[in-house]
Every structure is written in C-alpha cells, then in structure tokens.
Ligand binder design. Structure first.
Ligand SMILES: C[S@@+](CC[C@H](N)C(=O)[O-])C[C@H]1O[C@@H](n2cnc3c(N)ncnc32)[C@H](O)[C@@H]1O
Length: 590
C-alpha cells in the first residue's frame, strides 16, 4: 500500500493523500503510476521508497514514457542516476521513438544527459539512436538551441553525419534552431556546408527561410554556396526573398563577405580552416585547397573522432604507416618488479578526497604526510604540477583502488583523449603532419597521452629512427617508441615556445616503472592552435637538421652531427649515469 504520489505531485497536502497501490495505474492520468509522479517531481526519497516496496522502475505510461524519460526531461539528474543504477534501460523508446537521452537533450538538460552517458557502458550507440523522424538526441539539442548539450554529445563521439528521414543533417537543424555557437561547433568538426536534403535545401536555404540571421552570416563566412538550387529551383537568395530585409541584405552582401573571409594561407592556424569545408576564394591558388577527411584515424579507439586535414598539398594521411593504439603496449615481457614506497592503491569508496592514499604521500625519511601533485575539483591538474615541471609526476587511482571511477576525479588521463583534436599537414618543410586542438583548452587541462611501444635500447638501434621515441631518464628504463604503434601524440611537433608539458602519470605499480607520458596545457590554447612540445636539447643535437618552429626566440642549434653518428651514439652505453628516481627525472624526445 502506498499514498497517492500523483496527489503529492499536484501539491496536495500529505494529510489529504489517499492510499494507493505501489504499482497502481492511474487511467485518468495517462496510465501513469506513482513512480512516474515521483520522477516528474524529482522526488528521490519517494522513488526510493517505491523501489523498496517493489515498484517497477521501467514502467511506461500511455505515451510509452518511462520515469527516467520524465526525470531526464526535467533535468532531475539525481533521479536519473538512481534509475540508471537500478537497472533502468536507457534504450527504451517512447511513442515517438525518443530515448531518455533524447528527452534530456531536447529540453537542454545537461546534467541529466551527462548522467545517462556516464552510466551507460558503451554510450556511443545510445547517442546515435534515432527516433521515428530519424533524429538523434544531438539533433534535438541543436534544434532547441542547447549548446552545452550539443558540445557535450559532440565531444563524446555523437555522430553528426546521421541523416533524418528527409535527408537533413544536424547542420540543417542547427540553421533551423538558429544558435550560432552550435553551428560553429558543427562546422569546426567538419559538417559539410552545402549538403542538400531530400528537397535539395542546404542549411543556408533553411537559415534564410527561418530568418536565423546569425547562422546565415556564419554559413556565408564559411563559404556556403549561394548558387545551390533546391528541387523547386530556388537558391538561398530566393528563399530569403520570401522573408525579412535583414536576411535579404545579408545575402545581397555576401560576395563582399566571401572575398575577405577566408584566406587559407592567413588562417592556417586559425579557426576557419578547421571546418575543412570552405571553398577556394580568390586569394588562394586553386592547387592550395586540398582535402579534409573525416575518417576517424583512431578507428573508434578514442572517445572523440580523430580527423585529418590537408590544405597544403596532395599528400594523403598515411593511415597504414602506423597502428593506432590508445594506450602503451609492449612487444616484450616486462619486468615490473619495483622497490617503491609510493602508495599505489586506495581504500576510498565512491569519490576520493584529499585523504586518499593515492593523493597523500608519506615521506620516506621522517614519515611526514604531504599532498601529491594531482587534480583540482574541476579536473585541471594542480598549479604545482606545472610549477615543478619537469620533475613533477601524478599518481592517479587505478583498477585496484576502492573508489568508483565514475565519480572519483583522480582518473583524468585514463579515459583516452582529453580534448578534440585534428591531425593536419603543416606548411613548413620537414615539420610534416602536426596536431591541433579544435576546441579551446584551459591551462593545466589534460590534452592527450603520448602512447607508444616500450622497446629496449637495442631495439631502438635496430629501428634506426628516433623521430618518435621518448626517453624517460629513469634507472634502466625502456624507451617509448610511437613509430609503428602510437596515438595522436606522435604527431605533436617541437616548438621552442611549446604550449604543452609532458608529465609522467602512474596509476598502479607497473606504471611506476613504466609511467604514461601525458600532455597538459602549459597555457590557455585557442581552438585551431597547433599543439607543441619541447623535444629537449638532446634531440636537436642528434638530428642533421635544425628546428623550424618559427618562434622568434627559437633556440635550437644548427645541425651538429650526421645520421650515422646518431646511430653509433645510440649503441654506446650512456656515459652519464641515468637519474635514479622518478622524483627528479624528466623526459625527452629521441
Ligand atoms: C614526433 S614526430 C612529429 C610528427 C611528424 N611531423 C610527422 O609528420 O609524423 C617528430 C618529427 O617531426 C619533425 N619535426 C617536429 N618538429 C619540428 C621542428 N620544430 N622543426 C623541424 N622538424 C620538426 C621532425 O622530422 C621530427 O623527427
């Protein structure tokens, strides 16, 4: 027996509530049950009681809505978390075919969207579920103008290429919704600008018709075509003629906007080029505008897609020249025995705090306690990590720790890529491909790992190419080589004024000997900037070419030795004894 939760929802005083069954169906209220009411109202306590009394949490009302869909729609994220943890399926659909995630996205409920994604084991398929109109959750967020939700879903790998039943892509819906930030984010990941739907309309036709001035302006700046005709034979100008003066003026001025908007050579490091979809303009020689390819170089191994882009020449990205790995690997059985006082396991439950054994360091000599370099609540590494760089290192909680990786914020680098990046062809000879960010990055934010294969020095000599090799100055350490197996880190070029720091991160005993090399932002980095690292003096002493970072204060010395000498240097045992402990060690390239 249970009191009427629906009365509770309608603010009827408790004394006036009537008693009802836990699973009673209220036919006069769309076949909802008490659990629906508790979810709609965000009443977690009531939901808990109902659950303990045996209420079914996955029940549907006459519109096939589950309690989780209602809670998601209203952004009651604690209720969503509770339902997810109590085995409610995020894949159930309502009568329109919408999942709870789509309900959350449509109403701009960021916290609820996050709760669903983070508590779903493999969230990518869930994000790409379509409803009866062929719309994904992200399309709903774009139409209803929720930039935070679109950004979150995009950054977690939601597929922007899915077309709806009318052949619209999300860019069409974003032009319809009119939110310029959403449109910019979509253009930045490579949404095709002039794609036509089943009626032949591009996003520009739709923006013009809907009078979404900001979006029309943005589309024009990215080079959207004014001459594409839809099936009725109308160009975007025709569509605009049916609407307001502001749009007509905008389209009338479009040639002026186009002629000075995008110069590939000027903006190679700028935002515009990231769209990869702009058309050649008069200032750019035809041959200089090449390809943007939205394959995922990581082949699904990263939580964000990794596209490549070449606006410089005809070289295609060498997909098969290396195997993509998201974490370090080794071809050798590795001796992981360590003599260490470093604590590598905590007994926390749920979320760790500053008493966590992974975070607190017991000093060897006097038994004093100190806080290690770790992360702030917002996920950025602490300022001390960069202050004490390169000797700083981070200990994260690992698989044998008691905490819950879902809630503990000491697992930052274990989720793969930290930001959305793009591999691009640089325009400087010798620098080849590089890596850039396609979102703004905060100082101290985790960017990515430098993943590679652990190899011995003998193997390094056999490979005879130190271009992708990281050396950890730790006693009898192996070398980390990304030549044949690596991740996006292997495309990071050197700069004498770098924007990334390479920090050692360990999460368990094995990683104490073989730490992961993780890259954190040394300063705020804008979307479009190339990500760079300082390879260290040793690297420039051993290569037969000089640095071409183009920094004004480039300090790389001119070439001093031949490739043959590099090889013979490698064969000799190191003259200087390697640094004995992690605490004082640093890492360098080559
Ligand atoms: C780790 S790889 C970086 C990715 C590389 N650009 C590619 O296309 O695969 C290191 C190599 O990039 C090139 N490189 C990186 N930074 C450079 C710089 N500042 N000047 C000249 N060459 C650079 C050198 O050939 C170096 O051996």
């Amino acid at each position: 027996m249970m009191f009427d939760a629906l009365d509770f929802w309608e603010n009827v005083r408790v004394s006036e509530m009537r008693v009802c069954q836990v699973n009673e169906v209220f036919q006069n209220r769309g076949n909802r049950r008490p659990v629906h009411a508790a979810a709609i109202h965000g009443n977690l306590a009531l939901l808990n009681i109902l659950h303990h009394l045996g209420a079914d949490l996955n029940v549907r009302d006459s519109k096939l809505m589950t309690p989780m869909m209602y809670a998601a729609e209203k952004n009651h994220y604690e209720v969503v978390v509770f339902l997810m943890k109590n085995n409610c399926s995020p894949y159930l659909k309502n009568e329109d075919g919408k999942t709870a995630l789509a309900c959350a996205a449509k109403s701009g409920s960021l916290a609820a969207s996050k709760a669903i994604i983070e508590l779903t084991l493999k969230p990518r398929p869930l994000m790409d579920v379509v409803d009866r109109g062929g719309w994904t959750a992200m399309v709903w967020a774009a139409e209803f103008g929720s930039f935070p939700v679109v950004k979150y879903l995009l950054s977690h790998g939601a597929d922007w290429r899915i077309k709806d039943l009318d052949g619209n892509m999300i860019l069409h819906w974003s032009a319809y919704g009119g939110n310029k930030d959403i449109m910019e984010a979509l253009l930045n990941v490579g949404c095709p600008l002039d794609l036509q739907n089943n009626d032949g309309d591009t996003a520009l036709h739709i923006g013009a018709r809907r009078k979404t001035v900001d979006c029309v302006n943005l589309l024009l700046r990215h080079g959207a075509s004014l001459s594409v005709k839809n099936k009725a034979g109308h160009t975007p100008r025709h569509a605009a003629a049916l609407v307001s003066d502001s749009i007509r003026d905008l389209l009338g001025l479009s040639e002026v906007i186009n002629s000075d908007a995008i110069d590939v050579r000027k903006t190679e490091y700028g935002k515009n080029v990231l769209s990869g979809v702009h058309r050649p303009v008069s200032t750019v020689p035809e041959a200089a505008v090449k390809s943007f390819v939205d394959t995922d170089v990581s082949r699904g191994l990263e939580r964000f897609r990794v596209p490549w882009f070449n606006s410089v020449d005809n070289e295609k990205f060498p997909v098969d020249s290396f195997a993509y790995i998201a974490d370090n690997s080794s071809a050798f059985p590795m001796d992981t025995k360590i003599a260490s006082t470093v604590n590598m396991k905590c007994n926390c439950s749920g979320m760790c705090d500053d008493r966590c054994a992974c975070v607190v360091e017991i000093k060897e000599v006097d038994g004093e306690e100190a806080t290690r370099y770790t992360y702030c609540m917002n996920g950025l590494c602490t300022p001390e990590v960069l202050r004490d760089y390169p000797s700083s290192y981070i200990v994260e909680c690992g698989t044998s720790c008691g905490c819950n990786p879902m809630f503990c914020n000491n697992h930052v680098t274990q989720q793969g890529l930290g930001i959305m990046v793009q591999i691009f062809k640089t325009s400087t000879r010798r620098r080849g491909w590089g890596l850039r960010s396609i979102e703004d990055v905060k100082q101290r934010q985790f960017v990515c790992q430098y993943a590679g294969e652990w190899i011995t020095r003998t193997e390094a000599v056999r490979r005879n190419d130190m271009s992708y090799t990281l050396e950890f100055h730790v006693e009898d350490a192996l070398l980390l080589d990304a030549k044949y197996s690596g991740n996006v880190g292997r495309f990071i070029n050197h700069s004498c004024k770098p924007n990334l720091a390479l920090i050692r991160v360990m999460k368990d005993k094995r990683e104490h000997r073989f730490p992961r090399a993780c890259l954190f932002a040394l300063r705020d980095i804008s979307a479009g900037e190339e990500l760079t690292l300082n390879y260290g003096e040793q690297f420039w002493k051993s290569v037969p070419y000089s640095c071409r970072c183009r920094e004004v204060d480039c300090v790389a010395p001119p070439p001093t030795c031949s490739p043959v000498k590099v090889k013979s240097q490698l064969l000799k045992p190191k003259a200087k004894k390697m640094k004995p402990s992690l605490g004082s060690a640093d890492i360098c390239m080559g």
